[in-house]
Design a protein around this ligand. Structure first.
Ligand SMILES: [Zn+2]
Length: 199
């Protein structure tokens, strides 16, 4: 730079007219600062740092105000944003083990099994999913079909109702009449290992 002052030359401040190195003792050092930064950077090196840090503050403020993070990366486009939120929702559903929590499907499953050779039992599963108290349902079923009915724990530790005897084909009407919240379309039979809709 041609204007860079030589060490031996006295540089006079363009603002206060004092020699540049006396500016800080002059009447208005603040006003001198911009001129000094421009014309006598060697005399007051601190000024440049000061100015730079102020400038940096300003820049980071501007970056923040437009939503750009300080590391300079632009915010993702809105399409990516919605994708991110979808991912978050999916993560919420995931249990710690990585399993996806699935809400139990509201359905009643009726299965007829033959135990102890010719003794038939009708198993009713899923009434609790409709807010029905199983002990209450068990009593009603036993009374209706004049047989033994009890709440027992099934193989998966889920409670079910075991009704003695083959009542499978009478039970659907009884369920839908007794508990109108259970639609016939939500009732299934297990026949030969296959799930068959009752409706
Ligand atoms: Zn000055």
């Amino acid at each position: 730079m041609a204007e860079k002052p030589e060490p031996f030359r006295v540089l006079y401040c363009g603002v206060c007219t004092l020699p540049a190195e006396y500016c800080e003792f002059g009447p208005d050092f603040e006003k001198c600062k911009p001129w000094l930064i421009q014309n006598a950077p060697d005399v007051y090196p601190d000024l440049i740092q000061e100015a730079n840090s102020k400038e940096a503050d300003k820049v980071s403020e501007q970056l923040q105000s437009v939503g750009i993070s300080s590391d300079g990366t632009a915010p993702p486009p809105s399409s990516a944003n919605s994708g991110t939120s979808t991912t978050k929702k999916e993560e919420v559903k995931r249990l710690p083990g990585g399993k996806i929590k699935k809400k139990d499907k509201q359905e009643v499953v009726i299965e007829k099994v033959v135990r102890n050779k010719r003794k038939c039992v009708t198993i009713v599963k899923g009434l609790e999913l409709f807010g029905i108290k199983l002990s209450d349902a068990s009593k009603k079923l036993g009374k209706k079909f004049a047989t033994g009915a009890s709440v027992v724990k099934g193989p998966t530790e889920k409670e079910q109702i075991d009704v003695q005897g083959d009542i499978a084909y009478d039970i659907v009407e009884f369920i839908t009449t007794t508990w109108p919240d259970v639609p016939e379309t939500a009732i299934y039979f297990i026949e030969d290992g296959r799930k068959v809709p009752a409706a």
